[in-house]
Write a protein that binds this ligand. Structure first.
Ligand code: ATP
Ligand code: MG
Length: 577
């Protein structure tokens, strides 16, 4: 490709709202273009890298027996009503009506659509297992689109769905996809980590997130160096404090003026925050229009894990929010800053599992300026739900081996889910087994954020000059920088190099623009093409300069050697490791 007559535009300035490297560099290199908040287009170079990621995905999913299809982004509301997610998905679901008033959504994911395909077309055990996938545009009306391609409202996802006869089949399909994901992200050059994850709105039993390690990532991961435990902090189990066999003391109401926070009351009474319990107050908006109040209790020094609370309550994420304390007080008797489990009524009480075994805690008295000391589970109060609702902290004991856990951050580039029969039962996807008995199809689903993966690669591969693409996903392999296009010898040598490379299947750019060499070098660095061959004055003696984007040093060599070197490195690296 000759750059002089092609669309190519780079920016010197950093776009105002761009905060992270991938956003800044993809925009500056002219690879992506913003259309509206969280909505981007892909320009020629961006589109090429995107297609390379997609091809890697296709090769690896096809190798596992997946079959590619392509379904519409527009999905009829009826299917979502059948699965219960028309309500469950909440405001992130991008809803629309046609001219007849029929409701649709722009698909944020396609479980309903794929379940609908198999319930119509699959009826015998002989047709299972199957795996169908697509690489397709998804829509989520995210509350806060941000970080360039990392959190957008329109993005490309590879979504695959497996259909099996039983759990054993699902386990196998799941592990095949897990294996394929490892290969895909490795070939994309990413340093990543699969971690246990929460199933979230999709539902099902088991799940793993594939996380590209990065400090700008929104996934927080707890992991253990002593064993192989690794989970998102949303998901990570916590070890309960050991149950105490201390004697239960008599409850004692104490005057604690103005002590609205746990720290205040602990200090005032000379207690450790571990000897207190704290209340977090919520209201849930039920599907039937009714509101229900919730008080969640954890030990004073702990944080509440919202995901665990939502799972325990079985409500969608969009249906719960912090309660207005005044309104809640009128119904339940809670008192902002002084709420404890004793004296609360007409609200659901969720108690963290470890509180059951800890003796003589200090809790709010549900009365302004008062607390109660020596509060004990069972004797003084009970929970409607008792389970682990606390957030793991760095240094907490590992739930598997007890060693202190460590934290790191990453970008969720993919997630695999065991769905089981959630969708097949709600939507009636059954097959007949060997004995002609109707059985629900056992499902799994598997997503990769293709556009987010592109950004994650840039997060891991860049320096202050620009992107440093791994060969496997680079828009082009080699850039030939022609210093002076008006110089006949230089132009001829550049042409020969270009022909020599393209003949060997190397994707090359010839920068023959009438620009200053400095501009060309800057653009080449910004764009991040892995190999640069500069044709300048040395061309008269058959000498060019060879440089890898990832290395600092440049080497002068004969034209034919540069050609051999470039072809060799491209062939060695273009498939990914
Ligand atoms: P997140 O927790 O980041 O909101 P998710 O868990 O809701 O993502 P999934 O439903 O698992 O996302 O979707 C599969 C993949 O699609 C994710 O692993 C991620 O790579 C990508 N993805 C999800 N939401 C977005 C988004 N708003 N912008 C870009 N990519 C996204
Ligand atoms: Mg996910």
């Amino acid at each position: 490709m000759r750059l002089s007559n092609k669309y190519f535009k780079t920016l010197r300035q950093t776009p105002a709202e761009a905060e992270i490297s991938s956003h800044i560099l993809l925009v500056r290199a002219g690879m992506i273009r913003k259309l509206a908040s969280g909505i981007y287009g892909f320009m020629p170079f961006g589109q090429r890298s995107l297609r390379k990621i997609e091809e890697i995905i296709r090769e690896e999913i096809d190798a596992k027996g997946g079959q590619e299809i392509h379904m519409s982004a527009v999905q009829p509301a009826e299917l979502w009503q059948e699965s219960g997610r028309w309500y469950g998905y909440g405001p992130e679901l991008w809803r629309l009506k046609d001219r007849h008033g029929r409701e649709f959504c722009l698909g944020p994911t396609h479980e309903e659509i794929f379940t609908d395909i198999v319930r119509n077309d699959i009826n015998s055990y002989r047709q299972l297992p199957i795996n169908l996938y697509q690489i397709q545009t998804k829509y989520r009306d995210e509350a806060r689109p941000r970080f360039g391609l990392l959190r957008t409202r329109e993005f490309i996802m590879k979504d695959a769905y497996s259909f099996d006869k039983n759990d054993e089949g699902l386990e196998k399909s799941y592990m095949e996809m897990y294996d394929a994901y490892g290969k895909i992200f490795t070939r994309c050059g990413l340093e990543f980590r699969p971690v246990e994850a929460d199933n979230g709105a999709i539902g099902g039993s088991k799940s793993h997130e594939f996380t590209a390690l990065s400090t700008v990532g929104e996934s927080e991961i707890a992991y253990c160096d002593n064993c192989d435990m690794a989970a998102t902090t949303e998901r990570a189990e916590c070890v309960d404090a050991a149950a105490s066999d201390a004697q239960m003391l008599e409850p004692e109401k104490v005057y604690t003026p103005g002590t609205k926070t746990i720290e205040d009351v602990a200090k005032y009474l000379g207690l450790d925050t571990m000897q207190t319990m704290k209340a977090l107050l919520f209201v849930t908006h039920m599907q039937d229009g009714k509101d229900e109040y919730v008080a969640a209790f954890v030990r004073g020094d702990r944080e509440l894990n919202m995901t665990k609370l939502i799972n325990a309550l079985g409500v969608p994420e969009h249906a719960i929010e912090f309660a207005d304390e005044g309104r809640m007080q009128a119904v339940t008797g809670c008192v902002g800053g002084f709420t404890g489990p004793i004296g609360l009524h007409d609200c659901k009480i969720v108690v963290d599992s470890e509180l059951v075994g800890i003796r003589n805690l200090c809790a709010g008295a549900c009365e302004e300026n008062y607390h109660i000391k020596n509060v004990n589970y069972d004797r003084d109060y009970k929970g409607d739900i008792v389970c682990d609702i606390k957030l793991i902290k760095e240094g907490d004991p590992c739930p598997d081996c007890g060693a202190p856990v460590k934290f790191t951050r990453g970008i969720e580039v993919g997630q695999v889910f065991m769905l089981g029969t959630k969708y097949s039962e709600s939507m009636g996807a059954y097959y007949k087994d060997e004995n002609m008995k109707d059985c629900p199809i056992v499902m799994g689903c598997y997503g990769i954020g293709v556009t987010r993966t592109l950004a994650a690669i840039v997060e891991q591969y860049h320096d202050d000059k620009g992107i440093i693409w791994p060969m496997s996903v680079a828009p082009y392999h080699v850039i030939i920088t022609l210093v002076n296009p008006d110089d006949e010898v230089q132009a001829r040598v550049a042409d020969e190099l270009y022909a020599g490379l393209t003949d060997e299947g190397v994707e090359a750019i010839l920068d023959d623009r009438k620009e200053r060499p400095g501009v060309k070098f800057k653009d080449a660095d910004l764009l991040g093409i892995p190999v640069r061959i500069t044709v300048g004055r040395g061309a008269t003696d058959g000498i060019v300069e060879y440089k890898l984007r990832r290395d600092a040093d440049k080497v002068e060599m004969e034209v034919k050697d540069a050609l051999i070197e470039a072809i060799a490195i491209v062939n060695a690296e273009k498939r990914g490791q």
